[in-house]
Write a protein that binds this ligand. Structure first.
Ligand code: AMP
Length: 277
């Protein structure tokens, strides 16, 4: 497995595939890989001639006081997991070159980025969109894979790709969970044993909303809030029911698609999850 540290090395490695017109797939990650990430890699490997996995802890998407420094990093372990999942190349650019301090350009997607995760984490989605745009421009894949776990991020990326005409197919992939329902996340490693037992309450609240909502978004929201309020060790940051397309808050009864999303702290660890209703 080749690990490429710069865009120049990436261009060298991808040159033959590009000249042949091979289908290139990209899976952007921040490393600390788990089965959720690897499910995206497998999806890409099943479809693309060349699967590139980027491993880059994006400093632009962390706010002040967030866990950028503490975020788990182990590239050797990541690379060892990626080969059997079907990855062909790992793009792990050096931060100094990929996010140069003097850079003045930010990609901002209006609207969707102001709500929920965007409201809780100001600037987060600008950091995501800017780096995803840079990764797409560096790799030039025909298809890119993102997890539905970060559902709002998926909507931001789809909107950016459409608005900028980047010509990449964006594929959303289902949330991969632990046996007790907890969505797999690199941040689960921060949880103590007790917090780990408490954390699946976020998923259980989403399941309760999906089971009892009966087509009424207000009822789904109330079920979600009620279930989370009674969960020990859980401090809710946001919990909402949206139309998954435009990502707008839904109210009352309706028969269109709906999705519940939640963000909660378990101790100091912030977890997010989502479920289609
Ligand atoms: P991250 O390394 O957290 O930036 O995640 C990289 C990609 O993996 C994103 O598209 C995430 O949505 C996706 N991902 C993370 N966790 C999961 C999961 N449990 N199931 C599916 N996709 C995931």
């Amino acid at each position: 497995m080749r690990v490429l540290r710069s865009v120049a090395e990436l261009d060298d490695a991808l040159g033959p595939a590009r000249r042949r017109g091979d289908l290139v797939g990209l899976v952007p990650t921040m490393g600390a890989l788990h089965d959720g990430h690897l499910s995206l890699v497998r999806r890409s490997a099943a479809r693309a001639a060349v699967t590139v996995v980027s491993v880059f802890v994006n400093p632009l998407q962390f706010g002040p006081g967030e866990d950028f420094d503490a975020y788990p990093r182990d590239l050797d372990r990541d690379v060892a997991l990626l080969a059997p999942a079907g990855a062909d190349l790992v793009f792990a650019p050096a931060a100094a070159a990929f996010t140069p301090p003097g850079a003045r350009t930010t990609v901002h997607v209006a609207g969707v980025t102001e709500r929920l995760e965007g409201a809780s984490r100001p600037g987060h989605f600008d950091g995501v969109a800017t780096i995803v745009a840079k990764l797409l421009l560096a790799v030039r894949p025909r298809v890119a894979f993102f997890g539905e776990k970060d559902y709002q991020q998926l909507v931001v990326v789809r909107t950016m790709v459409a608005d900028l005409g980047l010509g990449v197919e964006v594929v959303g992939c289902p949330v991969v969970r632990e046996p007790d329902g907890l969505a797999m996340s690199s941040r689960n490693a921060y949880l103590s044993a007790e917090q780990r037992r408490q954390a699946p309450a976020l998923h259980r609240a989403l399941v309760a909303a999906a089971a009892g909502w009966g087509g009424d978004a207000d009822r789904a929201r109330a079920l979600l809030a009620g279930s989370l309020a009674g969960a020990p060790g859980i401090r809710v940051d946001n919990a909402e029911v949206v139309d998954p397309g435009p990502f707008e808050r839904l109210e009352g009864p309706g028969d269109g698609p709906a999705r519940a999303l939640g963000a909660a702290y378990v101790g100091a660890t912030r977890l997010i999850d989502t479920l289609a209703l």
